[in-house]
Design a protein around this ligand. Structure first.
Ligand code: ZN
Ligand code: ZN
Length: 307
């Protein structure tokens, strides 16, 4: 099981100081979930060796350009690479109009299906439900533009079977999955062996929450409670808290307070304003509140779990 996050873009608004607008790649097993897609994302994917072909799901938090202007070039490159697999896109509904307009005026057509899943910012919603993973969107507070965060939550794992019990009770291979999922086993002489004797608890499922552009809001806490890894924007340092509020953004200190109150295990902060060349003060400010904070640095990979 691989569950790890690569930072592709860490800046707000525009590319400066060799930092790019928002984008992240979450790899879970053999799938890559692309989260936001700012300008230059496909070049960042190449730069950091993230395989385009593993991307089947893209999540866009909101329609400020620094979060989606790299999307249409990426869709085009998939087409140039003769992609045929369906691509799932989860985004505010208006993005569909922008994509359709581009392919209309360029007289182009994608050779693969683009399955568009519109998001909304009224309440939390389950937007993807696969064998291993559930993804929820939830509302952020970013002025008048609808904006959502995303929670990637691995599903509860079946219990682990105790190897020597298989031999001891001569359990047929065909029954092992049922036992892992809660079934008892009946031996040839009719004795019932409860599944609790045959199995042990599995590890706790992994989770990652992405809180894109947002003012400080505790309304998100129930959606991100106890996550293994939390990304929360920190556009400004706290001396500009008033400016952050007016623009629907947060400070490093506020991001750390959210991580603390949510009971997150680790925090990544990013979406730095273009006015800051030096990021060390962000780390210092956040760690004073929540020590387990790291800066979103492009190319850096955060391993959430690997078992
Ligand atoms: Zn932004
Ligand atoms: Zn924004």
């Amino acid at each position: 099981m691989t569950f790890e996050l690569t930072i592709l873009g860490s800046n707000s608004a525009k590319p400066v100081f060799d930092r790019h607008p928002s984008a992240q790649a979450l790899q879970i097993d053999n799938q890559i979930y692309l989260i936001d897609c700012g300008e230059g994302t496909q070049m960042q994917l190449t730069r950091y060796g993230v395989r385009n072909g593993k991307i089947n799901h893209i999540f866009i938090s909101h329609l400020h350009g620094d979060h989606y202007l790299g999307l249409i070039p990426l869709l085009d490159s998939f087409a140039l690479n003769s992609r045929t697999a369906t691509l799932h896109l989860y985004a505010p509904p208006d993005l569909k109009r922008a994509i359709d307009l581009h392919y209309d005026i360029s007289n182009g057509k994608l050779p693969y299906e683009l399955a568009f899943h519109p998001t909304q910012d009224k309440q939390a919603q389950l937007i993807l439900d696969s064998n291993r993973l559930q993804v929820y969107s939830f509302p952020l507070q970013h002025g008048r533009l609808p904006c959502t965060g995303f929670l990637f939550a691995e599903k509860k794992l079946p219990r682990r079977i105790i190897a020597h019990k298989i031999a001891q009770y001569q359990i047929p291979f065909t029954q092992i999955n049922d036992i892992k999922n809660g079934a008892d086993f009946t031996t040839s002489d009719g004795t019932i062996i409860p599944h609790a004797e045959l199995t042990t608890e599995n590890r706790v499922p992994y989770s990652y929450a992405y809180c894109s552009d947002t003012a400080y809001t505790e309304t998100i806490l129930p959606h991100i409670a106890g996550v293994d890894l939390l990304y929360h924007e920190s556009t400004y340092l706290h001396d500009l808290a008033q400016k952050a509020l007016e623009r629907g953004h947060s400070t490093a200190q506020q991001a750390a307070q959210i991580a603390l109150k949510a009971g997150a295990k680790r925090l990544i902060i990013g979406h730095y304003s273009s006015k800051y060349a030096d990021l060390q003060p962000f780390e210092n400010e956040a760690r004073a509140v929540f020590p387990f904070t790291d800066l979103a640095i492009e190319g850096k990979c955060f391993v959430i779990g690997g078992v």
